[in-house]
Design a protein around this ligand. Structure first.
Ligand code: PLP
Length: 400
């Protein structure tokens, strides 16, 4: 009989992948579900990107590429990173993979041994702790509640660091809260890191283009270039260019770490999809208007979602600075009883109630390591958002 490896039994399946699967299942059963779980843009990949992929297919670019990617994509990424961070990275400091998710996994695989600790501020993107566990590391979860704006403070960072700390994982704009660190907040974290030269930082900036403030968000490496030799900046084309299915992500960082990642990649996948690389190169080096148009649409939806959620008795949320999620506090619903007599003990019960009673699918905060909250995505139409708000309001009013 098949016995899974310990690394499989100690991790959970991704809560967001599970939630999406559950929505598909219910829809297949004929139920109409208001889906606010979606972790990807609802826009179509831009035409010029699709055409670049078709051209690549027609030109026979359908074979293995170098492990490190095609020259066209490599130079498009390095130019893009320089324009975003102000730092110029060389060819040996870049790795490209099948999504930012794969880059993060391989980076952890390349660096963690048993006993190594990885600091993960909560709420966190669902995958970080499980990726650490799968690669023999120990996630050290640091709760960062609304009292600190869902952000890691220098004091909390300093307190979490031990001699075994290998990585700090930062993610901004954050999934699930949408919060962004200011330059001075990054500088304050960098000061703690300066005192702890054994700690590397993985900064996941996959949502950096989806920012509602003015100007651009500051990358950790721009705020603290002195840390550059131990910061891995992760990004990708999934969110900014509505290219989640193309699976291209990348990272820039210290050459020795990147070499280890690429060595593993040579045994894992050989290279990312050649056709997707052509598409990603076109996305990064082509017309950028699409990104701005999406951000304008997300901003309108964010304002509608946040105002609506805050007008519901017992729910509250901050207005996210970026990404396309709102992290909603539902403390007011905990302890109440549903019309069918079930007591709501936590956010898992609450989100199950929303699905059953209101046909609204959202993801419980416990999946992100901080309750009682739930995450909604506003990467969906205003119509869906409005019906979701209405249905949630009605369901909350029905609680006793
Ligand atoms: N990092 C964060 C914070 C995310 O939310 C996601 C996708 O949901 C990813 C990484 C993965 O992105 P990719 O599609 O490039 O693998």
């Amino acid at each position: 009989e098949y016995q899974p490896a310990a690394r499989v039994t100690r991790i959970r399946e991704s809560a967001s992948v599970l939630a999406a699967a559950r929505v598909r299942e219910l829809k297949a059963e004929g139920r109409s579900i208001i889906d606010l779980t979606v972790g990807e843009p609802d826009f179509d990949t831009p035409d010029h990107v699709k055409l670049a992929a078709i051209a690549a297919i027609n030109a026979g670019e359908t074979k293995y590429t170098a492990v490190t990617g095609t020259p066209a994509l490599r130079s498009a990424i390095l130019d893009h990173v320089e324009s975003r961070t102000g730092l110029s990275y060389g060819p040996l400091e870049l790795t490209i993979a099948g999504g930012a998710k794969q880059v993060i996994f391989t980076a952890l695989m390349a660096s963690l041994d048993k006993g190594d600790e990885v600091i993960v501020p909560a709420p966190y993107w669902v995958s970080y702790p499980d990726m650490v566990l799968a690669n023999d590391g120990t996630p050290i979860i640091v709760p960062c509640g609304d009292e600190v704006g869902f952000k890691l403070t220098p004091g909390a960072l300093a307190a979490a660091i031990t001699p075994s700390t290998k990585w700090l994982i930062l993610n901004a704009p954050s999934n699930p809260t949408g919060v962004v660190y200011s330059r001075s907040e990054l500088e304050a974290l960098a000061a703690v890191l300066q005192d702890n030269p054994h700690v590397y930082v993985l900064t996941d900036e996959i949502y950096d283009e989806i920012y509602f403030g003015s100007g651009r968000i500051t990358s950790l490496v721009s705020a603290a270039p002195a840390l550059r030799d131990r910061v891995l900046v992760v990004n990708g084309v999934s969110k900014a260019y509505a290219m989640t299915g193309w699976r291209i992500g990348y990272a820039v960082g210290p050459a020795d770490l990147v070499a280890s990642i690429n060595k593993l990649q040579s045994q894992i996948s050989s290279c990312p999809s050649s056709v997707s690389q052509a598409a990603a190169a076109a996305a990064l080096s082509g017309d950028q208007r699409f990104v701005g148009e999406c951000v304008d649409a997300y901003r309108i939806r964010r304002d509608v979602a946040v105002a609506g959620l805050n007008s519901i008795e017992g729910l509250s949320c901050i207005s996210p600075d970026g990404a396309f999620y709102a992290y909603v506090k539902c403390a007011g619903a905990i302890g109440k009883t549903t019309p069918s007599g079930v007591r709501i003990a936590d956010d898992v019960d609450f989100t199950a109630y929303l699905l059953d009673a209101a046909s609204v699918a959202v993801i419980p905060g416990s999946a992100y390591g901080l309750g009682p909250y739930f995450r909604i995505s506003f990467a969906t139409s205003l119509e869906t958002i409005n019906s979701g708000l209405e249905a949630i309001d009605k369901a909350v009013r029905a609680l006793n």
